[in-house]
Design a protein around this ligand. Structure first.
Ligand SMILES: Cc1cc2nc3c(=O)[nH]c(=O)nc-3n(C[C@H](O)[C@H](O)[C@H](O)COP(=O)(O)OP(=O)(O)OC[C@H]3O[C@@H](n4cnc5c(N)ncnc54)[C@H](O)[C@@H]3O)c2cc1C
Length: 409
């Protein structure tokens, strides 16, 4: 048998979470002689623009150099309502995936202890007690610790029934986006449309997301929060219809297509699959359940994880940092329970949040950085009687811990 490649840390998957962790490990301060040998295994060899990450930059992260657009104003639309808000200090920023990959891979190629095993997939991960054995398409790999970012299986759950505490809420955020170029100016490049709910709701809770890069160019996404995905033709027909109705755009070139399915679940996160195998990225529960945002949480988690590893003896298991705060998870569970039960109320709820809260407070809330007092203020913008009923009804969900202990993972 060929002897396995031996490393200290194996990162499985070189998408957002895997590359971010590798970049943070390369940048971390290590005691002399303790810098770990890292291998990152990723099936792709070509890193194209397969998605676009947007967020409000409320914390420092390693990818400022990849930001390609900033919107100081944003809007939310609901039938008969338009709420415009903004912040010049905290604009909504965009990182196209190709720019992210370029920055990350450039840094990792210059990092002496990081090996990029591109074009290889991991088939099996076995925690052998004192090491992790990985079966990959390129052979065996032996690591002290492994960090798994393979996409989690998507298992839509049933809609909540009359026993609201009996089942998990598992919706999907699913969308198809086109980046289009038109032959005349149609968009306002200073304003992002975060949610436009003034669209047909026949297939479930549905909104449009519009990011104009220039007056004649925008990313336009048809998004749903429902238990199951739709045929591609349905999203595409909705996009054409929306472009015609809202912007009078009928002739355009599609320059890029993206699609996504992100779980929106009340289930606890699983930070570890076993003592030496950690889940990171969406697999580790880093997506905000009520919005699907994960980019900034992944950055914060990667930095905290690298810091803990740098302070621990080389190759020793560590307690993983929490994926998200208990408070943020509890708030999301109440919100998800309410939206799953009353999808028709979501447009008004979102419009109220944007209208009634100071923009930077809402940004902190949406970025999981709100204090308990700020969370109370957020709750106070919602219809109080209905929300109080929801808090009581969904207590079986939000009173649970945000993460599963290792024994249950
Ligand atoms: C289209 C799209 C747009 C999004 N937009 C935003 C946004 O605007 N803001 C935001 O905050 N979040 C956004 N998200 C959510 C989230 O930030 C992304 O999904 C993010 O990429 C999640 O990172 P990840 O590392 O968990 O998964 P991924 O980035 O998907 O990485 C998983 C990696 O695992 C690799 N892999 C798969 N199988 C194997 C295997 N067997 N062995 C080894 N590797 C394997 C894959 O090739 C991939 O590179 C978006 C998601 C999508 C899909």
């Amino acid at each position: 048998m060929v002897s396995p490649v031996e490393v200290d840390l194996a990162i499985i998957g070189g998408g957002c979470a895997g590359l971010s962790l590798a970049v943070e490990l390369a940048a971390a301060e290590w005691p002399p002689g303790q810098r770990p040998r890292v291998a990152l295994i990723e099936p792709r060899t070509d890193f194209v623009r397969d998605r676009t990450w947007c967020f409000w930059p409320v914390i420092p992260h390693a990818f400022d150099a990849a930001i390609r657009a900033r919107w100081p104003r944003w809007e939310v639309r609901a039938p008969g309502r338009q709420v415009i808000r903004g912040s010049s200090r905290l604009p909504y920023v965009q990182i196209p995936a190709d720019a992210f990959y370029e920055v990350a891979l450039g840094r990792l190629r210059a990092a002496p202890n990081v090996e990029l095993l591109l074009g290889g997939a991991v088939h099996e991960i076995v925690d052998a007690g004192d090491h992790v054995a990985l079966e990959t398409s390129a052979g065996h790999l032996r690591a002290a610790l492994a960090f798994d970012s393979r996409p989690p299986p998507i298992a839509p759950g049933p809609a909540p029934d009359h026993d609201p505490d009996a089942t998990e809420v598992t919706l999907l955020q699913h969308f198809v986006g086109w980046e289009i170029a038109c032959d005349r100016p149609c968009f306002d490049p200073t304003m992002a449309t975060l949610m436009d709910f003034a669209v047909p709701q026949g297939d479930g809770l549905h909104f449009f997301y519009v990011l104009p890069q220039a007056a004649d160019r925008a990313l336009v996404e048809a998004t749903y929060f429902t238990p199951t995905t739709l045929p591609t033709a349905t999203y595409e027909a909705r996009i054409r219809d929306y472009l015609g109705r809202r912007f009078g755009v009928r002739d355009f070139a599609i320059e890029l297509r993206e699609r996504g399915v992100i779980p929106m679940s009340s289930a606890p996160a699983r930070p570890r699959a076993s003592p030496r195998v950690y889940n990171i990225g969406l697999r580790g529960g880093l997506a905000k359940a009520s919005t699907g945002y994960a980019f900034l949480a992944i950055q914060a988690h990667a930095r905290a994880l690298a810091g803990r590893l740098a302070r621990a003896p080389r190759g020793a298991p560590i307690a993983p940092p929490p994926a998200r705060s208990e408070l943020a998870v509890a708030m999301d569970r109440v919100f998800l329970s309410h939206v799953a039960r009353h999808p028709e109320r979501a447009p008004g709820l979102f419009a109220d949040l944007f209208e009634r809260l100071p923009p930077e407070l809402l940004i902190r809330f949406l970025s999981d950085r709100a204090t308990p007092l700020e969370c109370l203020r957020v709750m106070s913008t919602t219809p109080l009687a209905a929300m109080t009923r929801e808090v009581i009804r969904s207590r079986g969900r939000w009173l649970r811990p945000a993460t599963l202990p290792l024994a249950d993972a």
